[in-house]
Structures are given as C-alpha cells and as structure tokens.
Design a protein around this ligand. Structure first.
Ligand code: GLY
Length: 437
C-alpha cells in the first residue's frame, strides 16, 4: 500500500512513523523535514496547498491513499481534487472541513442540530450592529475571525484584550481588514475552566475517540507570554486527564459524534480526524473549536501509543468501515524545543545538534518539526523545531524522562520545563475543584 502524507511538521512525522511499518510512504512537504525524508520512499519539497502539484505527484507515484496533515490544503480543496483523481483521502472535503475553516458554520451547526456543549455566540459583518451588541454584552468576550488565521487571530478579554471595548475595537478591525479572509467576526462568551483536547478517527458515521490530551499554548512557563502553536502537552494512562472525569470525557465524545452526524447531513460524510478543543467548565465540557485534522502537538501524545494497525484505521476511514482502536495504557509528556525569539521572531538558520541515539536509548521519541535538513546538518526555521515525547507509567515519570532528554539537543532553542510537572498539573486539578465546588 502506497500512502502519500501531505505536511511538514512533527505531527506529520508522527503520522508517517505510525504508518511506516505497514505502508510505503510518499511525502509532499514545505521544507525538508529530516524525520519524514528518512521514512519516505520518495518526497518532494513543494507547497502543500498547490492542489494540482500534489495530485500530479500522487498520480505519478501511483499512491493508493493520501493522508492530509494540516488544515490549509483541506481548505484549498486537496481532498476533493484527489478524489476526482481516484485517490481516497484521510481528511475531509473542503465543505466538511468548514467545521474548522468557517467558525460561523460550526456554531450554526450546533444551533441547528441542538448539539450540547455550545456557548453563547453571535456572528457580525456590520460594524454598527457589532457596536450595539457589544455595548450591552455582559460576559467577557472572545473575538474570533471566521476563517483560518494560523492560531493567531483569536483574542480573549482578560488575556489579550483589556475589556469588551478593546474587544470591540479588534472585532471591528477583523471585519474591516478581512482578517482570516472573511469580512465577518464571531463574538463568543468567555468560558472559564480547563482546556482539553479529544481527537477522534471518523469514517463519516462512526467515530473512534483517542485519549484526552492537554496542550500548553503559552510560550513561557506558568502559562505566560504570547500564544504559540503549542509548546507541549501531556496525556494520562487511562485516556482521561487528572482533572477530567469519565463522564466529562464521554460527554465530549458525544458532542463530537453528534457533530459528525450533523456534518453528514449538511455536507456529506466527514472522513478523517476530528479534533475537539473543549473547555471543561463547572457545567461540563463546552466546545471551543474544532480542527479538521490531528492536533500539533496532541498527535504526538496519542500516535506512539496506538496498538492497532494505523493502516487498517485509515482504510476504515476511507471505506466508511471504521472499527476500533486500542492504545497502550501509558502516560505521555511532549515538549517542543523552539528557536530563541519564537513565536514573534524565532531565530532561523541556526544549526541544531540532536543526539537521537542517546534520546532513543532513554525510551524517548524525537519528532522533527519546522527544521531544514541540508546534507547532514539541521537548521532552524523561525517556527517550532522538534518535539520530544516520553511515554511512562504516569505523567510525572514521563515528564522527568522528557526533561532529561532535552539535554541531548543543542542549539539556540528553548522549551517549557513546567509542562507535565506535578506543580502545574496539581494547579489544574485545584482550579477544577474550586470551579466545581
Ligand atoms: N494544538 C493546537 C492545534 O493543533 O491547533
């Protein structure tokens, strides 16, 4: 079986690793990722959103199936183009991917199909209507451009914005400057709680959920500093998180199943990975947003634990015949090493040295992200460089292992030492206990 994996990052490195023993990998990537290039039979360094170019490469190589890692090619209609060329894909069509690429579509789906876990929201394209609404809005606001912004467009009162008047100013700018590609903006109530992620395989009818994960979007320790693509994440050995009960998890999965049922009726089957980002509030899980793909870093917490055949899962997704998936009962901690200055001005072109052998001997996994391999040398780009993932019996042992492994990476990089530490995890538990009491 020949599989084309589209995408460049650590997430795609993890997808390729999960498939590598069972399939022959072909890759289209935006820069030369040393991990993917090593696993691929053939690769091309080319734009992932050039649908014609990707389909041509896939057809020339005679691939049987494609797996689309990031959201941008989904929005560009890559899955539709591959299907026209007779190549089935793990990834939703452009229409079904609107669950991520069009936030107003997502919220309306919740309303129309009465899916639980929704929050108060309104969509605006008229700045005057927006102003009138905001003057009376009595919750703290979250401002979301309707379209994709690479994770940088969402601004929250209390985090990035002082108050609702500053939110109004930013929301007006989103409409007028078409931030995210649409002249409209979503205003939501801010939900207080703990964030968590559930990812699920979906064949359009059934979903198979994966263990819950918690990501850390802030750049600096103690959840300080600018928002990034994610500095690291952890998962627990029982598919839950230390602050997340079985019922919370099942409620989140139910929300995702109901969403997949609704998408099927609106656009046709959703085939691929559905990523639900939830806020666990005092009233249970609330859906913050969906992604139409694996999370990055969350993919790296779950894929190394997969015991079932990834190839069979992919075949089940595209055939509409998905069965089940089992994961090892281990906890994981993932830490991203990122260039100095990231996310605003990450130092690019700096050489890094990774002692993969020492890292592997410790039982830790290296996933390369936005780096460039030239001959035997690896250089940073301005984005996240590589992720280290440690599996262990519990979160704190995984954290210690992961932290020790960072000593085997040299270069102008930094990482968050606090991800997965007892101190930070206990803070999350206490936060939820306080909210629920
Ligand atoms: N972890 C955030 C994302 O994948 O978008």
């Amino acid at each position: 079986m020949k599989i084309l994996v589209v995408g460049t990052g650590a997430r795609e490195h993890a997808i390729c690793s999960a498939l590598a023993d069972e399939a022959t990998i072909y890759s289209v990537m935006g820069n030369r990722n040393p991990g993917i290039s090593r696993l691929a039979r053939e690769f091309t360094v080319a734009p992932e959103v050039d649908t014609e170019g990707v389909v041509r490469f896939a057809s020339e190589k005679g691939v049987d199936m494609a797996f689309i890692g990031p959201e941008a090619p989904l929005e560009a209609g890559l899955v539709d183009a591959l299907e026209e060329a007779g190549i089935p894909s793990v990834g939703p069509t452009r229409d079904a991917a609107r669950i991520e690429t069009d936030k107003s579509f997502m919220r309306k789906l919740f309303e129309d199909y009465r899916i639980p876990g929704s929050i108060t929201y309104r969509v605006f394209s008229d700045p005057e209507e927006l102003r009138e609404f905001m003057e009376d809005f009595d919750s703290e606001a979250v401002v979301k451009p309707v379209g994709l912004t690479g994770g940088k467009g969402v601004k929250i009162v209390g985090e990035h914005l002082r108050d609702n008047m500053e939110a109004l100013k930013y929301a007006t700018e989103v409409i007028e400057k078409r931030i995210g590609g649409h002249p409209s903006v979503v205003i939501e109530e801010r939900v207080v709680g703990e964030e968590f992620t559930v990812q699920a395989f979906s064949d359009g009818e059934h979903i198979v959920p994966m263990p819950a994960v918690q990501d850390h979007p802030h750049a600096y320790e103690g959840d300080q500093g600018p928002i990034t693509g994610g500095m690291g994440s952890y998962s627990d050995s029982d598919e839950l998180l230390p602050f997340l009960t079985q019922k919370d998890y099942e409620d989140a999965v139910e929300i995702m199943q109901r969403t997949v049922d609704a998408i099927r009726k609106e656009t046709g089957p959703y085939r691929g990975i559905l990523y639900g980002q939830f806020m666990l509030s005092a009233d249970g899980p609330k859906l913050i947003e969906y992604n139409a793909r694996f999370g990055d870093p969350e993919a790296m917490n779950v894929l190394p634990l997969l015991e079932s055949s990834m190839l069979e899962i992919c075949e089940g997704i595209v055939d509409g015949n998905l069965k089940s998936a089992s994961f090892m009962n281990l906890a994981t901690v993932c830490k991203y090493l990122v260039p100095e200055g990231y996310p605003e001005s990450g130092v690019a072109g700096a050489e890094i040295k990774v002692d993969e052998k020492k890292i592997e001997d410790m039982g830790v996994i290296t996933y390369y992200a936005a780096v460039n391999q030239e001959d035997d040398h690896i250089y940073t780009s301005s984005s996240r460089a590589l992720a280290l993932v440690a599996p262990a019996d519990d979160i704190y042992s995984a954290e210690e292992l992961c932290e020790e492994a960072t000593a085997h990476v040299k270069g102008r990089l930094y990482h968050r030492r606090d991800i997965g530490t007892r101190e930070l995890v206990e803070k999350r538990i206490k936060h939820m206990e306080d909210l629920r009491s």
